[in-house]
Design a protein around this ligand. Structure first.
Ligand SMILES: [Zn+2]
Ligand SMILES: [Zn+2]
Ligand SMILES: [Zn+2]
Length: 104
C-alpha cells in the first residue's frame, strides 16, 4: 500500500524552504508537487520530528526520511540502542535502526 502525503520538507508548498538556488527553485524532495508517495504503514520520522529537515542544522532534508517526514515501518518494537530516539550519542542517525527508532 502507498499513499500520498503532504511534503514535510516544504510544508506542501512545492518550493525549496531554504531557497538554495533561487527564490523560485522548487522543492528537491517532492520536485515541486507538494506531496510525496510513501509506503504504508508509515510512522512519523522520529529523527527530524516529522519536519523533513535535517535536525543537525544543515540546510538539507532529513537523511532518514529523505524529507518526507515519515518512514515506512512495520515494527512497533523500539530500537534498544537509541531507545527509540533514532539518534546516536553524536546526533547522527542510529546505526542500528537507521534513525527510524524501531527495529525493521
Ligand atoms: Zn516538497
Ligand atoms: Zn526525517
Ligand atoms: Zn536505533
Amino acid at each position: 500500500m502507498a499513499k500520498y502525503i503532504r511534503c514535510a520538507y516544504c510544508n506542501g508548498t512545492g518550493k525549496d524552504p531554504y531557497s538554495l538556488l533561487s527564490t523560485k527553485s522548487g522543492c528537491l524532495v517532492c520536485e515541486g508537487t507538494g506531496e510525496n508517495e510513501v509506503k504504508e504503514p508509515a510512522i512519523k520520522c522520529i529523527y527530524c520530528s516529522g519536519t523533513g529537515k535535517n535536525p543537525l542544522g544543515a540546510r538539507i532534508h532529513c537523511i532518514v526520511c529523505m524529507g518526507h517526514g515519515s518512514n515506512y515501518c512495520e515494527s512497533n518494537t523500539k530500537c534498544l540502542r537509541c531507545k527509540g530516539s533514532g539518534k546516536s550519542s553524536d546526533g547522527l542517525p542510529c546505526t542500528l535502526c537507521g534513525g527510524i527508532g524501531f527495529w525493521k
